[in-house]
Design a protein around this ligand. Structure first.
Ligand SMILES: [Zn+2]
Length: 447
């Protein structure tokens, strides 16, 4: 294409934070977007000569890759605030599972996921890895709204409203994976709830299918201090050993939480190129503990960040997860440089893309990758002065400072306003769920 052909979009930014190479900050640079992808990142004076159909000036802003929320249960946003003050097991058994059994259907998942996508986009998240029931509803909605999503085939050895048997889970899931193969926005993977809820036969079947499809396998692992002991008493073996015996400890493994993963486990995961998703807010709120993220990174393990569901967070805010991850790593190790701003922002973007096997297309600003972009206004009073752009992004800015968001070159947020979501309709639906969730929660024993 000759250079005189107008490009789709040209963004002149005060700063571009490409994430790769780590720590890079490009001042007075411009991003050229063509056909949904990043065509070039150039000094402004060079880019100014390029004709474009849309030219945007962002004179006090930093443009970085959209955040990748590597572990969400998006529809659980409708349960926000419904289960406070309990650790993991009572939280699950006394509140979350009973509420889900009363409330979850395709409409719950559609409305809850739309609410979650709206919140995530406004905070600069452009991709989420979702683990929930009715994944076909999540996939369709993400595609309709222009959001990027990695949608799990959930596999549980317990019957739920979505599937009664392992065969049904896998049949439905494989149809979903088939339907979205090659889709530009929607990707699929396998999700096992936890070792405790998976038989050896199920672990083996998922391993075989994941290998065939080259799809990630996500699993909640060593979230609470009781998990390892419970697993040993039930199966007579450590959870990591059990996953290894099933052949699941490999580069497709995405182990969520790993609050209580020991040094040997960290080393084994690092050796095979597995990934860990760190969910710092959820781990604190459920009193699970603090994952050894600094040790994981020092071992060369890929660490991504996740919000987890809103029933244990209660926000889908990747910038605050990244900040908390950096602060916790410093506080837990006594090393103020344990996880720096560059590393925390990398975990929130490229780390998630790597975990989900999507880093060839997203996670950093590199020509040829999708134009999944987040633009943060660093001109606000609360951020001044900007001495170090990465420090300001991580520690001074907040999601309220996200001005614009694009997914695959399509603008979904402009001037902190959603462009493709009918927020009045969404609000009316969440209001109805608010009443239903409240009534259901009040009907639970002990509430
Ligand atoms: Zn989770």
């Amino acid at each position: 294409m000759p250079s005189s052909t107008p490009r789709d979009l040209l963004i002149h930014a005060r700063w571009v934070v490409p994430i790769e190479p780590r720590g890079a900050v490009l001042e007075d640079h411009s991003i050229v977007v063509q056909a949904g992808r990043i065509e070039a990142i150039l000094p402004r004076e060079q880019a100014s000569a390029i004709p474009a159909r849309q030219v945007l000036e962002r004179p006090a802003h930093a443009v970085l890759p959209g955040f990748v929320n590597a572990h969400a249960h998006a529809a659980m946003t409708l349960l926000r605030g419904a289960a406070a003050g309990r650790p993991l097991e009572p939280w699950l058994r006394q509140v979350v599972w009973p509420l889900e059994s009363r409330l979850v259907d395709a409409d719950f998942v559609r409305d809850g996921t739309e609410q979650a996508i709206a919140e995530m986009l406004l905070g600069g998240t452009t991709c989420f890895a979702d683990m929930y029931f009715f994944p076909e509803v999540v996939a369709q909605l993400a595609s309709d709204l222009g959001m990027r999503a990695a949608v799990a085939v959930p596999v549980l050895d317990v019957p739920t409203v979505w599937a009664a048997t392992i065969d049904e889970y896998l049949d439905k899931g494989l149809r979903l994976a088939d339907e979205y193969r090659g889709h530009p926005l929607v990707h699929t993977f396998f999700a096992l709830h936890s070792p405790a809820l998976s038989t050896d036969a199920t672990l083996a079947r998922v391993r075989t299918l994941a290998d065939q499809l080259d799809a990630p396998v996500m699993i909640h692992l060593l979230e609470s201090a009781d998990d390892a002991a419970r697993e040993r008493s039930r199966h007579g073996i450590d959870p990591v050993d059990r996953l290894e015996r099933a052949g699941l400890v490999n580069n497709l493994l995405v182990a969520v939480h790993c609050v209580h993963l020991d040094e040997a486990g960290i080393g084994r995961f690092a050796d095979v190129g597995a990934s860990v998703v760190h969910c710092p807010t959820s781990n604190l709120k459920l009193a699970s503990g603090i994952a050894p993220v600094a040790a994981m990174r020092a071992a060369g393990l890929n660490v991504a960040l996740g919000s987890d569901g809103s029933a244990s967070n209660d926000r889908l805010d990747m910038l605050s997860e990244a900040r908390l991850a950096a602060l916790l790593a410093a506080g837990a190790t006594g090393d103020a440089a344990a996880v720096g701003a560059a590393e925390a922002l990398e975990m929130a973007t490229l780390g998630g893309a790597r975990a989900m096997g999507l880093d060839a297309g997203i996670g950093s600003l590199v020509p040829g990758k999708w134009a999944d972009l987040c633009c943060v206004d660093l001109g606000k009073v609360s951020v001044q002065p900007v001495i170090d752009v990465l420090e300001s992004l991580l520690h001074s800015a907040s999601r309220a400072d996200v001005s614009d968001v694009w997914v695959a070159g399509r603008q979904l947020v402009e001037d902190a306003t959603l462009l493709r979501i009918d927020t009045a309709s969404l609000r009316a639906r969440t209001n109805r769920w608010q009443s239903r969730v409240l009534a259901a929660r009040n009907s639970l024993p002990g509430n």
